[in-house]
Every structure is written in structure tokens, then in C-alpha cells.
Design a protein around this ligand. Structure first.
Ligand code: SF4
Length: 359
């Protein structure tokens, strides 16, 4: 039997067994349409953007908050970007929030508030890549798109015992997913694959005994499920170094400024500081990055934070002033910190400082 025959015979059995299981075991999620309901493309898009790199549990609260504040894509488009960034604070990967806003503007102004229905049309919008385009096309519009996320990659690599390691295996996994995706109920199929990966076909100790597709799972037959997906060794994350300055007014307000629009944490607020480099900044670089002349002192230890591609060690310097010059930036009191667009990294700095008694 050729590989194509094997794929075809798996495809014939796979979708019916999986959809039958999904009908009985589907996860109820706030953004999902209930059986018989028509999916709302705005909810599907919003949840898929939020779910990138973020867990279902974390997203649930943010999703409810966004929908309450901006029930339609036109409402989100009309919101000031600052409000969207502030509501997004804590979800990380802030470029997503900026693109979310840009995308809402494009849908509202160029498409009359209606999301395009094809993968190509969706991909042309800001912040929508292959995965999100396929997910919206399948779930919101019933198109037979191959929806590949980490969960689906794991399930497919186990079903076919794919020996090629990720990420090089991605095109083959996509090809296999396309072959398995049915013309009928492709949106439910995509969500069923996500659910299978998120529940039974877990990275460790998959519950194969309960799995509806084990009858055609090559890894289960070989007793090697946990071996897949194979992954190429990752290079170790480098550590970068920087120093930030917290200038405090007598009433406890702290000086923040806005980061440049492009780049990491673009458009978010920050404590003014040096760049983040492979070697610790020199005393001259630190002094040059201070927002004002003041009696600066180091807060012992600084903080450590991990981004996707590097660790950051950030030193903290603190100084007090009687009156805060508004020309220096934005002065924010501790009780306002939760409502401004402050990334997790700098929220950690503020917390560390307040814990130390405000410097
Ligand atoms: Fe995953 Fe096990 Fe099901 Fe195979 S049988 S798809 S490894 S849960």
C-alpha cells in the first residue's frame, strides 16, 4: 500500500470518528457557537488572535472584557488605540493588539464591517497569518481550510508517526491535515482537532485509551505516542542586559514614557532606560539614559524577565523629585498602573519597587 493509499484510508475513517466524538465531548468556550448557532466572525477572529501564545483560561477574561467594551468590530475600530493597548496589557505580544486595532479599522472601513470569507481575503488583513486565516475561514465560514496549530501538529504527527522533526516537518503536516479535512463540517472538524490535542492527545501521557481515532493512529499502534512530534534541538536563549529608571514624585506617581511604535513592546509605556544589549550597559550609557538629573541609586538585584527569544536582566535605578515635570512624560500613580498600557515586564518593575517600599 502506498503512502497516498494510507492517507486516503485514514482520511475516510478519521473525520467521521472525530466528529462523532466532538458532538459528545466538545469543549464549551465563550467564543464558540453552540450547536445550531451561526458562528460570529468577529468573535472567532478576536478569540483566535488572543489565543496565539496564550492559554484558554487567560484569554477567557480578556475576551469577555473586550466584548463588553466593544461588542462589534466597528466599536473596536472606533476605540482609541491607547484604550485597546491598555485592555490588552498582560496578554503579552503587544504587536498583536496594535494589529488587532488596525485589522478592526480595515474591516470597518474597507469591508463595511464584514470579514472576508476566503483565506486569501483574510490574510490580506493586518495581523492575520496563515493559521488565523484558516481558522476563521473554517470556523466562521465553513470553508475546508487546513487549520494548523501546535495541538493539531501533535495529533497529526502521531496519527502518521511522522519521523521528520519540527519545524522542518510543517509542510508535510499541513499536507496531511489538508488530506484529512472533510468538505462537510470543516469548522467543527478544525475545532474537534484542537479539542483532541488540548484534552486527550496531550504532550505527556496522552489518554489513548479514550481516543476516538486510535484505530488508525500509527503512534498508538506502535506504543510510541509520546515520542511525537519530534523536535529539532532549540538554540539556547541568550541573556540581554539593560537598566531602567524610575523617577518618583512625592505623591508616589512614577514617570513613564511611550516606546517607539515599531519593535518589541511597540507603542506601550515603559520606565525610561537604556537599550537591551548582549553586554551590561556602561555607567556612561546608563547616565545618558536617565530621564532627568537626580540622585539616582540602584535597587538591588533588578529583575529578570523572559521573552520568546531572550532572557532580560533589567537593573532598576530609583530617584525622587518633589514636582514632576509633565514635559518628561506621563506621571502615573500606583493605583492607575492597572489601567494603562504597561507591559508585564514594567509591571514587574513597579511591583518590585512598591514591595521595596517605593525605593
Ligand atoms: Fe493521540 Fe493517542 Fe489518539 Fe493517537 S491514539 S491521536 S496518540 S490520543
Amino acid at each position: 500500500m502506498s503512502a497516498a493509499d494510507t492517507t486516503a484510508s485514514v482520511a475516510a475513517r478519521h473525520a467521521p470518528a472525530l466528529l462523532d466524538w466532538y458532538d459528545r465531548n466538545r469543549r464549551r468556550l465563550p467564543w464558540r457557537a453552540e450547536p445550531g448557532e451561526t458562528p460570529d466572525p468577529y468573535r472567532v477572529w478576536l478569540s483566535e488572535v488572543m489565543l496565539q501564545q496564550t492559554t484558554v483560561q487567560t484569554v477567557a477574561g480578556y475576551f469577555a472584557d473586550f466584548l463588553r467594551r466593544w461588542p462589534r468590530v466597528e466599536d473596536l475600530a472606533a476605540a482609541p488605540l491607547d484604550d485597546v493597548l491598555a485592555a490588552w496589557a498582560g496578554l503579552g505580544y503587544y504587536a498583536r493588539a496594535r494589529n488587532l486595532h488596525k485589522c478592526a479599522l480595515a474591516v470597518a472601513s474597507l469591508h463595511n464591517g464584514q470579514f472576508p470569507q476566503t483565506e486569501d481575503g483574510l490574510r490580506a488583513l493586518p495581523g492575520i497569518g496563515d493559521y488565523t486565516a484558516a481558522a476563521i475561514a473554517a470556523i466562521a465560514f465553513g470553508r475546508p481550510a487546513a487549520v494548523m496549530d501546535g495541538n493539531v501538529e501533535r495529533v497529526i504527527s502521531r496519527l502518521f508517526a511522522v519521523e521528520e522533526p519540527l519545524p522542518a516537518a510543517k509542510p508535510r503536516l499541513k499536507h496531511l491535515t489538508t488530506a484529512l479535512t472533510p468538505q462537510q463540517r470543516p469548522g467543527d472538524y478544525a475545532q474537534a482537532m484542537m479539542d483532541l490535542g488540548a484534552t486527550l492527545c496531550s504532550p505527556r501521557r496522552p489518554a489513548c485509551g479514550l481516543c476516538p481515532v486510535r484505530g488508525h493512529c500509527a503512534a498508538w499502534a506502535a506504543g510510541t505516542a509520546e515520542r511525537y512530534p519530534l523536535k529539532a534541538a532549540k538554540p539556547e536563549k541568550p541573556t540581554r542586559h539593560g537598566v531602567c529608571h524610575v523617577l518618583m514624585r512625592k505623591d508616589g506617581a512614577m514617570l513613564l514614557r511611550r516606546r517607539p511604535e515599531s519593535g518589541l513592546l511597540g507603542g506601550m509605556l515603559e520606565f525610561p532606560g537604556t537599550g537591551w544589549t548582549d553586554t551590561p550597559p556602561t555607567p556612561e550609557e546608563i547616565a545618558a539614559a536617565a530621564p532627568a538629573k537626580a540622585d539616582w541609586r540602584d535597587l538591588a538585584g533588578g529583575i529578570r524577565h523572559t521573552f520568546t527569544h531572550f532572557h532580560l536582566h533589567l537593573g532598576i535605578r530609583v530617584a525622587s523629585v518633589n514636582l514632576g515635570d509633565p514635559k518628561l512624560g506621563r506621571w502615573v500613580t500606583p493605583d492607575q498602573l492597572g489601567s494603562v498600557a504597561l507591559p508585564t515586564l514594567f509591571a514587574k518593575v513597579a511591583k518590585r519597587l512598591l514591595k521595596s517600599g517605593g525605593g
